[in-house]
Write a protein of this length. Structure first.
Length: 201
């Protein structure tokens, strides 16, 4: 039974890998469109650490499951899997709301109005909320708790830089603060803090 659940888990990780590849295709398509409208990328320096972290997560979680013989705990696994599915729904709600302005990188198109529909009615960075939950939940589907802890810590550092870079750069080229400055960054219902900016997340 343990071996069966391990390979099912590998299958789940494989599906997430395919989803990440789809995101890269969407990013390349949208980046071309943004550049054609005068857009440009900012904050390139933080992108590689972020990409390595997310790629490492997809390797570390199944390795921990196999090497440390992590058991599948149905209650924990079920809750974690539901959280992963929820993050996918939130992620693609954000992607569809942003349309061709969504990329995995930070792009600025000077003068374009901010997106305030979909989950952006309540949060500045709904996709980053999805990322935070997914980084913790995906390893816990098969009790890879060391991976969940380590990569959640790394993700916190990366996202702190990402959000700062994004908000500083995009605030300089739009009226996002005036439009969405009252929205919290990540937690619905929390007090909005700091200057808001347009989001490519």
């Amino acid at each position: 039974m343990l071996a069966d659940t391990r390979w099912l888990y590998v299958g789940l990780i494989g599906l997430v890998v395919l989803e990440r590849l789809l995101e890269l295709v969407i990013t390349e398509r949208n980046a071309r469109r943004l550049r054609a409208r005068g857009g440009f990328e900012v904050g390139q320096g933080h992108f590689m650490p972020m990409a390595l972290l997310h790629g490492g997560l997809l390797l570390a979680a199944p390795l921990e499951v196999f090497w440390l013989e992590r058991s599948f705990v149905p209650l924990l696994g079920g809750v974690a899997l539901a959280a992963v599915v929820g993050t996918m729904a939130l992620r693609y709600w954000a992607i569809s709301s942003l349309g061709d302005r969504w990329t995995t990188r930070v792009f600025v198109v000077p003068g374009e109005p901010p997106v305030a529909r979909g989950p952006y009615r309540w949060l500045r960075h709904p996709n980053y909320l999805a990322v935070i939950v997914e980084v913790a939940a995906l390893p816990l589907v098969h009790t890879a708790w060391l991976t969940a802890l380590a990569f959640s810590a790394g993700n916190t550092l990366v996202l702190r830089t990402r959000i700062r870079v994004e908000e500083e750069a995009l605030q300089d080229h739009s009226e996002y603060h005036e439009t969405l400055g009252d929205r919290p960054r990540l937690v619905p219902g929390s007090t909005a803090g700091g200057k808001a900016s347009p989001s490519t997340d």
